[in-house]
Design a protein around this ligand. Structure first.
Ligand code: IPM
Length: 360
């Protein structure tokens, strides 16, 4: 089959890691007889430099037409250090989410046995953890009215949600839970916030349609503690845009490295796949960044296209690279040599190509 994949390498280490994901996809294409046509598009700091716009129209066009989008990372320290710059790279990603209505961000987090030792958390706490966070992605405080007063001494960001925005992602979370451990934890601050009260009311009503799934309620402050203290007690976590952003980074420590976590952002017509990590600018161009999150996001992309066996081939290759310690600096075992970004990518691609008869 032929598929068009929009590729947005973005900033920082984005291009390097995305290249490794493409290597894995090329290997899959060869083994399973597919054609992946890559349409490269710009977004973020590189797009600002080239066009003045963090999300050029052309990028939106390419993404809309593609079967799926593979994205790297976005941002540049230059913008972080100068708040007077009104155009920021991140605006590109936020606008793309809105334009394509990518309302549901799915962040799976597993404790990889091979990496448990890398986590600062105790083995007995994290072993066997398997959580998936459903984060609402196109509304809430990220997209509400914002303003700064003329004298710069006052600012506000409005957080608003409507019932439909909550219910469409809630249904997806409950459906996912049905195929898992049958539990949804809604994280909110309904003891304080009106939007959270609406989340609680709407989700409680929807839960009645999913009788085999248990709904648990948890305040965000308590959840911040419980996710680390008792991660195994969670299955599907459902939450709003801002809490979801924070909790997905928090739980990344369970996997042993954020360099392994990938996520999907799903809408009714489009879907984007990307690592959870950011641009890691210090590592840019050094060939040291961990490409596994990007490679695993390519696996998620294949799954989304219905290519399950192909996705599995990538996941097996990643597991193998961990077993054999062919890994980058961030997750290498003690006294082991670290492999470069491209070496890890080459290994994954070779393993996919030779999996059938491999004795590795
Ligand atoms: C993420 C990132 C983004 C967010 C930034 C880059 C705007 O942290 O995808 O989680 O806050 O949503």
């Amino acid at each position: 089959m032929k598929y068009t994949i929009a590729v947005i390498p973005g900033d920082g280490i984005g291009p390097e890691v995305t290249n490794q994901a493409k290597k894995a996809l090329d290997a899959v294409a060869e083994v399973y007889d597919h054609i992946f046509l890559y349409e490269e598009a710009q977004m973020g700091s590189c797009a600002i430099e080239a066009t003045g716009n963090p999300l050029p129209e052309k990028t939106i066009e390419i993404c809309k037409k593609a079967d799926a989008i593979l994205f790297g990372a976005i941002g540049d320290p230059k913008y972080d250090n100068d708040p007077s710059l009104r155009i920021r790279p991140e605006q590109g990603l936020l606008k793309l989410r809105k334009e394509l209505d990518l309302f549901c961000n799915v962040n799976p987090v597993k404790a990889y046995d091979q990496l448990i030792k890398n986590s600062p958390l105790k083995r007995e706490i994290i072993k066997g953890t398997d959580i998936v966070i459903f984060r609402e992605l196109t509304s809430g405080i990220y997209f509400g009215k914002k303003e700064v007063s003329k004298d710069g001494k006052n600012a506000f960001d409005v957080c608003s949600y409507c019932e439909d925005e909550i219910s469409r992602i809630a249904h997806l979370a409950f459906k996912a839970a049905q195929g898992r451990k049958k539990k949804v934890t809604l994280i909110d601050k309904s003891n304080v916030l009106e939007t959270s009260k609406l989340w609680r009311k709407t989700v409680t009503e929807i839960a009645k349609q999913y009788k085999n799934v248990a709904l648990e309620h948890m305040y965000a402050d308590n959840a911040a503690m419980k996710l680390i203290l008792k991660p195994k007690s969670f299955d599907v976590v459902l939450t709003d845009n801002l809490f979801g952003d924070i909790f997905s980074d928090e739980v990344s420590v369970i996997s042993g490295s954020i360099g392994l976590l990938s996520s999907s952002s799903i809408g009714n017509n489009n879907a984007l796949f990307a690592p959870v990590h950011g641009t890691f600018s210090e590592a840019k161009g050094k060939d040291i960044a961990n490409p596994l999150a990007s490679i695993l996001s390519a696996a998620m992309l294949l799954e989304h296209l219905g290519l399950l066996e192909e996705a599995d081939a990538i996941e097996r290759a990643v597991e193998k690279s961990l077993d054999l310690n062919i890994t980058t600096e961030d997750i290498k075992g003690k006294n082991k040599y670290a492999a470069s970004t491209s070496k890890v990518g080459d290994f994954i691609a070779d393993y996919i190509l030779n999996q059938e008869d491999s004795n590795l």
